[in-house]
Design a protein around this ligand. Structure first.
Ligand SMILES: [Zn+2]
Length: 144
Protein backbone atom coordinates (compact mmCIF):
# COMPACT_ATOMS: atom_id res chain seq x y z
CA UNK A 1 0.00 0.00 0.00
CA UNK A 2 1.25 3.44 -0.93
CA UNK A 3 1.25 6.04 1.84
CA UNK A 4 1.10 9.81 1.57
CA UNK A 5 4.50 9.98 3.30
CA UNK A 6 6.05 7.93 0.44
CA UNK A 7 4.79 10.50 -2.08
CA UNK A 8 5.84 13.45 0.10
CA UNK A 9 9.43 12.17 0.14
CA UNK A 10 9.71 11.91 -3.67
CA UNK A 11 7.57 14.84 -4.83
CA UNK A 12 9.91 17.72 -3.87
CA UNK A 13 12.85 15.98 -5.58
CA UNK A 14 10.78 15.53 -8.73
CA UNK A 15 9.59 19.13 -8.60
CA UNK A 16 13.20 20.32 -8.25
CA UNK A 17 14.38 18.23 -11.22
CA UNK A 18 11.52 19.45 -13.44
CA UNK A 19 11.81 23.05 -12.20
CA UNK A 20 8.30 22.96 -10.79
CA UNK A 21 9.19 24.17 -7.28
CA UNK A 22 6.91 27.19 -7.73
CA UNK A 23 3.94 24.81 -7.97
CA UNK A 24 1.98 23.75 -4.91
CA UNK A 25 1.23 20.10 -5.61
CA UNK A 26 -1.01 18.35 -3.09
CA UNK A 27 -0.60 14.57 -2.99
CA UNK A 28 -3.49 12.16 -2.43
CA UNK A 29 -4.03 8.42 -2.46
CA UNK A 30 -6.87 7.10 -4.65
CA UNK A 31 -8.51 3.77 -5.40
CA UNK A 32 -8.75 2.44 -8.95
CA UNK A 33 -12.46 3.43 -9.00
CA UNK A 34 -11.67 6.99 -7.91
CA UNK A 35 -8.94 7.30 -10.57
CA UNK A 36 -11.32 6.08 -13.29
CA UNK A 37 -13.89 8.63 -12.17
CA UNK A 38 -11.27 11.42 -12.26
CA UNK A 39 -10.16 10.50 -15.78
CA UNK A 40 -13.57 9.60 -17.22
CA UNK A 41 -13.38 12.33 -19.91
CA UNK A 42 -9.96 11.19 -21.19
CA UNK A 43 -11.01 8.05 -23.22
CA UNK A 44 -8.83 6.06 -20.87
CA UNK A 45 -8.87 2.38 -21.65
CA UNK A 46 -5.83 1.41 -19.58
CA UNK A 47 -6.27 -1.81 -17.60
CA UNK A 48 -4.92 -0.10 -14.52
CA UNK A 49 -4.53 3.61 -13.88
CA UNK A 50 -1.45 4.36 -11.81
CA UNK A 51 -1.98 8.04 -11.18
CA UNK A 52 -3.64 11.25 -12.25
CA UNK A 53 -2.91 14.92 -11.95
CA UNK A 54 -5.37 17.79 -12.00
CA UNK A 55 -3.37 20.96 -12.65
CA UNK A 56 -4.57 24.54 -12.40
CA UNK A 57 -2.13 26.57 -14.52
CA UNK A 58 -3.50 29.94 -13.49
CA UNK A 59 -2.85 29.25 -9.78
CA UNK A 60 0.19 26.96 -10.18
CA UNK A 61 -1.53 24.38 -8.00
CA UNK A 62 -2.23 20.72 -8.66
CA UNK A 63 -3.69 17.64 -7.04
CA UNK A 64 -1.60 14.53 -7.58
CA UNK A 65 -3.48 11.24 -7.15
CA UNK A 66 -1.57 7.99 -6.80
CA UNK A 67 -3.18 4.56 -6.93
CA UNK A 68 -3.30 3.04 -3.43
CA UNK A 69 -2.19 -0.38 -4.74
CA UNK A 70 0.51 0.93 -7.08
CA UNK A 71 3.07 -1.33 -5.37
CA UNK A 72 1.20 -4.38 -6.76
CA UNK A 73 1.21 -3.25 -10.43
CA UNK A 74 2.28 -5.96 -12.81
CA UNK A 75 4.51 -3.66 -14.87
CA UNK A 76 6.63 -2.97 -11.78
CA UNK A 77 6.36 0.77 -12.34
CA UNK A 78 7.90 2.56 -9.39
CA UNK A 79 6.39 5.40 -7.41
CA UNK A 80 9.27 7.61 -8.66
CA UNK A 81 8.27 6.82 -12.25
CA UNK A 82 4.59 7.62 -11.69
CA UNK A 83 5.24 10.89 -9.83
CA UNK A 84 7.70 11.98 -12.53
CA UNK A 85 5.17 10.97 -15.22
CA UNK A 86 2.30 12.91 -13.65
CA UNK A 87 4.46 16.01 -13.12
CA UNK A 88 5.46 16.05 -16.81
CA UNK A 89 1.74 16.38 -17.55
CA UNK A 90 1.86 19.75 -15.73
CA UNK A 91 4.52 20.95 -18.18
CA UNK A 92 2.50 19.71 -21.15
CA UNK A 93 -0.84 21.13 -20.05
CA UNK A 94 -0.54 24.33 -22.16
CA UNK A 95 -0.06 22.13 -25.25
CA UNK A 96 -3.13 20.06 -24.31
CA UNK A 97 -5.14 23.26 -24.06
CA UNK A 98 -3.76 24.56 -27.38
CA UNK A 99 -4.60 21.28 -29.10
CA UNK A 100 -8.16 21.33 -27.72
CA UNK A 101 -8.53 24.93 -28.94
CA UNK A 102 -7.30 24.01 -32.44
CA UNK A 103 -9.78 21.11 -32.55
CA UNK A 104 -12.76 23.31 -31.71
CA UNK A 105 -13.37 24.01 -35.42
CA UNK A 106 -13.33 20.34 -36.35
CA UNK A 107 -16.41 18.12 -36.48
CA UNK A 108 -17.04 16.15 -33.26
CA UNK A 109 -15.99 12.89 -34.97
CA UNK A 110 -12.71 14.30 -36.33
CA UNK A 111 -12.06 16.12 -33.06
CA UNK A 112 -12.60 12.96 -30.99
CA UNK A 113 -10.36 10.93 -33.31
CA UNK A 114 -7.52 13.48 -33.35
CA UNK A 115 -7.76 13.98 -29.60
CA UNK A 116 -7.53 10.21 -29.10
CA UNK A 117 -4.40 10.05 -31.28
CA UNK A 118 -2.85 13.04 -29.55
CA UNK A 119 -3.50 11.52 -26.10
CA UNK A 120 -1.86 8.22 -27.06
CA UNK A 121 1.19 9.99 -28.53
CA UNK A 122 1.46 12.21 -25.45
CA UNK A 123 1.23 9.25 -23.05
CA UNK A 124 3.98 7.45 -24.97
CA UNK A 125 6.21 10.51 -24.84
CA UNK A 126 5.58 11.06 -21.12
CA UNK A 127 6.29 7.39 -20.38
CA UNK A 128 9.50 7.50 -22.39
CA UNK A 129 10.68 10.60 -20.52
CA UNK A 130 9.82 8.99 -17.16
CA UNK A 131 11.63 5.78 -18.22
CA UNK A 132 14.65 7.93 -19.10
CA UNK A 133 14.55 9.53 -15.67
CA UNK A 134 14.41 6.11 -13.96
CA UNK A 135 17.31 4.90 -16.15
CA UNK A 136 19.28 7.97 -15.04
CA UNK A 137 18.57 7.14 -11.39
CA UNK A 138 19.74 3.54 -11.94
CA UNK A 139 22.97 4.65 -13.60
CA UNK A 140 23.78 7.25 -10.97
CA UNK A 141 22.79 5.08 -7.99
CA UNK A 142 24.55 1.88 -9.05
CA UNK A 143 27.54 1.36 -6.74
CA UNK A 144 30.84 1.41 -8.65
ZN1 LIG B 1 -0.10 10.08 -18.27
Amino acid sequence: MIKIGDIEKILPITQAILELLDWKITPAIATQTQLRELLKDNDNNAEEIFGAIIAHDEFRTAELYIWDNLDTNKYHQTLEHIIFHECIHIILQPYDKLFKYILEDESPVVSKYLHWGFSIAEERMVNQLADGYINCLRVTQTPK
